[in-house]
Design a protein around this ligand. Sequence first.
Ligand SMILES: [Zn+2]
Length: 92
Amino acid sequence: MVLKRLNRFYDTSRFRQPQIRVYHRRAKGKKCPRYLLKCGCCEDQLEIYYAEDGLEIGGVNGAIDDWREILLPLLLLERKGDVFVPKLGPGS
Ligand SMILES: [Zn+2]
């Protein structure tokens, strides 16, 4: 499923800091589909190409499991069997 957003500049209404602007391109020929993420406060941007077996984030290629190992803790998620659940902090 493709994430769609209104992409207003400097929109702090949902997260109390500027929301990331999200654009999507479908697959084209040999090119994988990709998300283009733009900073909510400036023109800095990041491309994420995705496929069944891997992701390329900002030009760095890796297997899905490789990215999971790196990103899940940063997103405060952990794996419980087949599902990913928010990691409860010490205060919660
Ligand atoms: Zn910015």
